[in-house]
Ligand binder design. Structure first.
Ligand SMILES: NC(=O)c1ccc[n+]([C@@H]2O[C@H](COP(=O)([O-])OP(=O)(O)OC[C@H]3O[C@@H](n4cnc5c(N)ncnc54)[C@H](O)[C@@H]3O)[C@@H](O)[C@H]2O)c1
Length: 366
């Protein structure tokens, strides 16, 4: 997998205690990497990071990404071969309530990582993980391309658009001259992901698992809204592909890539919930719709065009919709209803994902 590039390499993940960070850590451990992490808390309870006991398997630094001196010292000491920067306040609703926290973590945090890399200047293939929400969402039906305008009508989206601008300006100011800079850098944009192990607020699958674990119906506000659902391993396979190719191909530095599902993968919230509920032995209806709706603006359909990743990286999504549901439903079901070792089970899902990708001859499986 990934030409074995991660074996015995030092890989630093910021935001390693979160949902995506825990899956990425598990996958990198499985690939034989030495994993280091920076996070300032464990964001949920329960959390995948704690369930999998990941703190015992990696070198974890409990630090705030906004503390420049600490960030620089960790990067200087670890000298990572690869860096995945994903520490962020990731929720739109929270960003309305805590704008300063969101902007400082997402924008200043990204700047701190870039500044430390600039000064240390060791060979490091770096991915800046932003979001599909970095684009100016003009609510059109076709997918956004990497060259489309950045923007953001809410604070979270604006912070991710700003992180992209900072990434680009650091690239042009300091990293572009390959004779002077050893830092290789790419920004990656993906949409909402689902999968086992997420307990964040204001997200539909965690809401289902929290309610269904108590045998209650889940409250949903927009049953007919459609979303381009994808499993968390999909963008992570894209990030790992990107970093692997960036390591051997300096020409990719400064680029941005979208990762997302195929464009026909949109299902309504209520269909997703019904399909997921088949993995639970529910006594009640899976969901109910409340009378009042949220006061905050949430963007409508936002799709990503993934042609660039397909063309340059030969990357494409792996899972069909039924497997996405099965992977997600079974993970939670095992967590709540069995006594199996969830780290082993997570490795099992990663192996299964790799097998399916291999059967589709995806390039990264070599
Ligand atoms: N989950 C999704 O559907 C999704 C979609 C698009 C983009 N993203 C992006 O992917 C990344 C990871 O998202 P997630 O869903 O795993 O989020 P999460 O909330 O589960 O994890 C966030 C991580 O960032 C860390 N963090 C937050 N603020 C920090 C700070 N000031 N200092 C140090 N660490 C800090 C948290 O401790 C945690 O480890 C984020 O950048 C998010 O914006 C996520």
């Amino acid at each position: 997998m990934f030409k074995s590039v991660y074996k015995n390499k030092r890989v630093l993940i910021t935001g390693n205690t979160g949902f995506k960070g825990s899956w990425l850590t598990s996958w990198l451990l499985e690939l034989g990497a030495k994993v280091y992490g920076i996070s300032n808390n464990v964001p949920t309870s329960p959390s995948m990071f704690e369930i999998l006991n990941l703190s015992d398997k990696i070198n974890h630094f409990n630090e705030d990404i906004r503390n420049y001196d600490k960030v620089e010292k960790i990067i200087r000491d670890v000298k990572p071969d690869f860096l995945f920067h994903m520490a962020a306040q990731p929720l739109v609703v929270t960003s309305y309530l805590e704008p300063l926290e969101t902007i400082t973590s997402n924008v200043i945090g990204t700047t701190n990582v870039l500044e430390a890399l600039r000064l240390i200047n060791h060979k490091c293939s770096t991915l800046i993980i932003t979001s599909d929400k970095c684009y100016d969402n003009v609510e059109w039906v076709w997918g956004y391309k990497e060259s489309d305008s950045l923007g953001g009508k809410d604070i979270y989206s604006g912070s991710k658009g700003a992180a992209e601008l900072i990434f680009k300006s650091y690239y042009h100011s300091y990293f572009k001259d390959k004779a002077k800079s050893n830092v290789r850098i790419i920004s990656v944009r993906a949409g909402n992901v689902i999968g086992g192990g997420d307990w964040a607020d204001y997200r539909i699958v965690p809401d289902c698992s929290k309610a269904w674990a108590k045998n209650e119906s889940v409250e949903i506000r927009s049953p007919d809204a459609t979303r381009p659902w994808q499993h968390v391993l999909e963008p992570l396979s894209g990030y790992l592909t990107c970093a692997e190719q960036l390591y051997s191909n300096i020409k990719l530095t400064g680029e941005s890539f979208n990762f997302g599902p195929k464009s026909d993968y949109t299902k309504s919230v209520k269909d997703l919930i019904k399909d997921l509920s088949l993995h639970w032995n529910l006594k009640n209806a899976p969901y109910f719709i409340p009378d009042s709706t949220s006061e905050f603006h949430e963007a409508g359909l936002l799709k990503l065009n993934i042609d660039k990743a397909h063309f340059y990286l030969k990357w494409q999504p792996t899972l069909e919709y039924d497997k996405l549901i099965e992977f997600t439903g079974k993970w939670y079901n095992n967590y709540y209803n069995s006594k199996i070792d969830m780290l082993e089970y997570t490795f099992e899902q990663i192996s299964k994902y790799q097998e399916i990708a291999k059967s589709k001859n995806l390039k990264w499986t070599n």
